[in-house]
Design a protein around this ligand. Sequence first.
Ligand code: PTJ
Length: 255
Amino acid sequence: MHSIPTDHPRYVSLRIRQRMVAGWERGLAVPEGLLAHGRGEAFDYLLGERTQPEARSAIRAAAANLLLAVRPVISVNGNAASLVPGEIVALARAVPGSVVEVNLFHRSEARARRIARELEAYAKGTVKVLATNTDARLPGLSSQRSKTFRRGMMDADVVFVPLEDGDRAGALKKAGKRVLAIDLNPLSRTARVADVTIVDNIVRALPELIRQVARQKRYPRRRLESLASGFDNAANLRKALSRMLGRLKASDLRF
Ligand code: PTJ
């Protein structure tokens, strides 16, 4: 892979891009995933490529929801598997009783299996990964994303959907689940339909979420409940959007 000089001003972003390309080359991500990543990059640029305060408060609320969940499920697609496989496994280890489910929009059994193998290489048997031989269908979805598991998303009370396409988040809500999302686009359907949306790059948000889960494990249940119920997703999205707008307005366009 082409080496990027460490002093390049866009070094971090270009390295993340290379992770996506490597994921595609290894058959974890689809070409459409590369395009989706590009859309995310544009929003990240507007965010200043930093985890902003709105994202931090959403991360705190997401951690509380995960710890309060009875049957939490962490959903993984090709992009998440390419960018943050180790972090997905670390999160699953940190959240008691959680299950990882490979859930794909452009589904093929071979890719689901490859993603599961990738996660299992990090997990070494410590995490339950559901990937092939789906045994349930999420109602209200005509895409391949409806293929799921009774012991996965169908049974879940809380579903974490990092980097998602919008229709499934809606179907999960209709099925009575609490939905936690990571999405750099605060205008997306997923962002708006989720109970908690972390407007941040998955690469930065997941390590912070793992730290929050570890910290909040010491919190009494009442404190977790107040963190979860005190979070207003619509208000938080408005703040994220106005931060982007503010940064656009403040930028000097007279070159
Ligand atoms: O692996 P599959 O088959 O499940 O397909 C995965 C993709 C991503 C192709 C599929 O879910 C899809 O088409 O997604 P969308 O509808 O393009 O939505 C992806 C959302 O994630 C967009 O709103 C992007 O802005 C956002 N996004 C992209 N990269 C990142 C991101 N959000 C956080 N971190 C990123 N790195």
